[in-house]
Design a protein around this ligand. Structure first.
Ligand SMILES: NC(=O)c1ccc[n+]([C@@H]2O[C@H](COP(=O)([O-])OP(=O)(O)OC[C@H]3O[C@@H](n4cnc5c(N)ncnc54)[C@H](O)[C@@H]3O)[C@@H](O)[C@H]2O)c1
Length: 291
């Protein structure tokens, strides 16, 4: 296997921005690709803000941050990922979009490049089927916020070679993350529990049982979770939650995975969560967690 030195991240939204921080912080040259200039600019601003806080908190020196930021670049040209040894895709949770991106990547990347998908609920085998390199395709599901959360659920597709999986596993550890192996199964471990649980919290809001802050306070106080489900949903983004829950429901028909109607109404009103300044809570600015 070619040693991994250069990492590509396709999609620089909520997850891609955090994954790029994780890779660059671990010393990898990191190239972020998105079709939207504004998404790249927003991610760069969040990244600089995140590392400024790391300096304030004395986790990194100014010199270390300069080196990390110097190792990061961004492009709207998919050809900019041609020198990558691994590309992690974090584009919309939509099989057609992921197939289109992976097929285009297959055209520009050399044969040794590994592809990884950050999908929450889609099948790794199905995404890999449209990638042109099913044997070199691995599921790497980071958790939100990726720059703070260590867990990565790693799943081989049916045609993933063990050597590709092992190389991705070693790369995950080299980034300082904690990999857990799972089968290619809807929701893997985390979202199998979390999506129905979060939908239950939304149904409580819908039914007027309690205010979002009280539901979150109850869960945090009694169960010891660092964030309540509605705070987490605002961070995830209601648009992403809809795609993730619909994909989980389509493959499991689990009634609790079905998206409550309130989610669609909030999306129609532009209330996507932190990224639009309004979700279950109201926010100012576009700050990123941690630093
Ligand atoms: N948000 C979460 O909590 C979370 C957690 C873990 C995994 N995921 C998964 O990560 C992936 C991305 O989710 P997100 O929340 O970051 O979404 P997002 O909507 O915040 O960002 C997606 C980004 O992909 C870009 N994009 C879309 N089509 C593209 C294309 N063809 N080429 C290049 N870029 C393209 C968009 O411009 C956008 O910037 C999804 O598969 C999702 O299931 C999300």
């Amino acid at each position: 296997m070619t040693p991994i030195k250069t990492v590509g991240v396709a999609g620089s939204g909520t997850m891609g921005a955090g994954i790029a921080i994780v890779a660059a912080r671990a010393g990898f040259r990191t190239i972020v690709y998105d079709t939207r200039e504004d998404a790249l600019a927003r991610a760069r601003k969040q990244t600089e803000g995140f590392f400024a806080k790391s300096v304030e908190r004395r986790k990194l020196t100014v010199g270390q941050v300069d080196t990390i930021l110097g190792n990061m670049s961004a492009t709207t040209d998919i050809g900019g990922l041609k020198a990558c040894d691994i590309v992690i895709e974090a584009v919309f949770e939509d099989l057609k979009v992921k197939h289109a991106v992976c097929a285009a990547l297959d055209d520009v990347c050399p044969p040794h490049t590994l592809f990884a998908s950050n999908t929450s609920t889609l099948s790794i085998t199905e995404i890999a089927a449209g990638s042109g390199r099913e044997d070199r395709f691995v599921g790497m599901h980071f958790c939100l916020p990726a720059q703070l959360m260590k867990l990565v659920e790693m799943s081989p597709g049916l045609r993933t070679s063990e050597s590709s999986f092992d190389a991705a596993w070693d790369f995950c550890k080299a980034m300082g993350q904690v990999p857990v192996r799972t089968k290619d199964n809807p929701g893997f471990i985390l979202n199998y529990f979390l999506v129905p649980f979060n939908n239950d919290a939304i149904r409580l809001v819908e039914a007027g049982v309690a205010a979002p802050a009280d539901i979150d306070r109850a869960i945090k106080t009694a169960l010891g979770y660092p964030m309540g489900p509605l705070e987490l949903l605002d961070l995830v983004g209601l648009d992403t939650h809809l795609l993730v829950a619909e994909a989980l429901y389509a493959s499991t028909h689990e009634p609790r995975a079905a998206v409550p109607a309130l989610v669609k109404r909030m999306i129609a009103a532009g209330q996507l969560g932190r990224k639009t300044g309004q979700g279950f809570y109201t926010y100012g600015g576009a700050a990123m967690f941690g630093g």
